[in-house]
Design a protein around this ligand. Structure first.
Ligand code: AN7
Length: 352
């Protein structure tokens, strides 16, 4: 019988803080493809794969952390969850809360989240509050709310989020048969880089992997606190998902960078958009802008001769391009040709 994927908690139950007795809140997340990228591999002189996290139920990697966070909320008997979000966390929290029968409150920076993500929060029935401020300020509000009121915080400062998200590293080890030489991913609030490092380290300690990869994190130039070495006040980037200036998991991300022998660098918005187009055209994977940052960072590192030749490099592409079609189409002339219902006219317009 074909193996049917049962979601990350059931698949990795022995490596997560849950048991068979728990009521597991799952939408079947995880089990995402690791897709080889031949033309990018050739350009950089390494074997490059993308871990396509946009294939998750709500279209981003957040679902891995949300199945575990919401499962714990249910276990604790709480009824309302709250989060701040640049869009994907709110979409995921709204969906998992709906599935569990919980209330969900989301705080988003006004005017700065992609339309698809906004639609998800709305259709899943979340109480949407727009804040005249940025993500960092939204996070300050929900942290205080969760301290003073009976609402459970499901941002990645909730340790159950990182527990779920670390399973992506387990999958990469399972898919490759060992850890890669280098793992790359975008860095915003820095939960995911922390979770991957935990996952790769656990995979090595448990014997599934013989080593840990170097972690190369990539930020947008206008929102690069790790590159600056301190929080920044007014982050700005076309990649709204990572428009974050004061990452919550600061120390864990620095540890991931340094213990792995890696780095965190920045790329310009233009390079992010070019990498997004390249992934769509060359690999057949449509990602949102933030997710293209690691590819832009990889191409930049290769141009400077810093990619070890023949290395195996995995890149997490974190979210689905369908969430933000406006940004993807902004540089395109969209002028569909209209023809009558006629084969000859179709052949003519196609130059056949
Ligand atoms: C597509 O949804 O912070 O460094 O509120 O949506 O773990 O924050 C999203 C982050 C990368 C950065 N790629 O991950 C939110 C939010 C995409 C994202 C990141 C996000 P972290």
């Amino acid at each position: 019988m074909a193996h049917v994927w049962r979601g990350i908690i059931r698949e990795y139950l022995d490596r997560l803080p849950f048991t068979e007795e728990d009521r597991i809140i799952s939408l079947g997340e995880g089990g995402t493809p690791l897709v080889h990228a031949p033309s990018i591999s050739q350009e950089v002189g390494a074997d490059v794969y993308v871990k396509v996290e946009g294939m998750n139920p709500t279209g981003s990697f957040k679902d891995r952390g949300m199945t575990s966070a919401i499962t714990q909320v249910v276990k604790d008997g709480d009824h309302t969850v709250v989060c701040a979000s640049t869009g994907n966390t709110s979409a995921s929290a709204a969906a998992y809360a709906a599935h569990a029968g919980l209330q969900c409150v989301v705080m988003i920076p006004q005017g700065k989240i992609a339309a698809g993500k906004m639609a998800q929060a709305i259709v899943h029935g979340a109480r949407l509050v727009q804040v005249d401020g940025n993500f960092d300020e939204c996070l300050d509000i929900v942290r205080s709310l969760s301290e003073d009121y009976p609402v459970a915080l499901v941002n990645s400062v909730n340790p159950y989020r990182l527990q779920g998200q670390k399973t992506a590293a387990f999958e990469i080890v399972d898919q490759l048969g060992d850890a890669p030489d280098i793992h790359m991913l975008p860095v915003g609030n820095a939960g995911n880089i922390s979770a991957y490092w935990m996952g790769f380290a656990e995979a090595r300690d448990a014997g599934g992997a013989t080593r840990t990869p170097r972690i190369w994190g990539v930020q947008a130039a206008g929102a690069a606190p790790f590159v600056a070495g301190h929080p920044i006040k007014d982050p700005e980037t076309v990649a709204t998902a990572i428009r974050i200036g004061k990452p919550a998991s600061w120390d864990l991300a620095i540890a991931a960078r340094d213990e792995s022998g890696g780095w965190i660098r920045a790329v310009e918005d233009a390079a992010i958009l070019a990498a997004q187009a390249r992934l769509a055209a060359d690999v057949g994977v449509f990602v949102e802008p933030a997710s293209a940052a690691p590819i832009a960072g990889l191409l930049a590192a290769a141009a400077q001769g810093e990619v070890p030749q023949g290395a195996t490099i995995t890149c997490t592409v974190t979210g689905n391009g369908l969430k933000d079609t406006a940004t993807a189409l902004a540089g395109h002339e969209v002028e569909p040709t209209v023809i009558p219902v006629d084969v000859a006219a179709a052949a003519k317009v196609l130059g056949l």
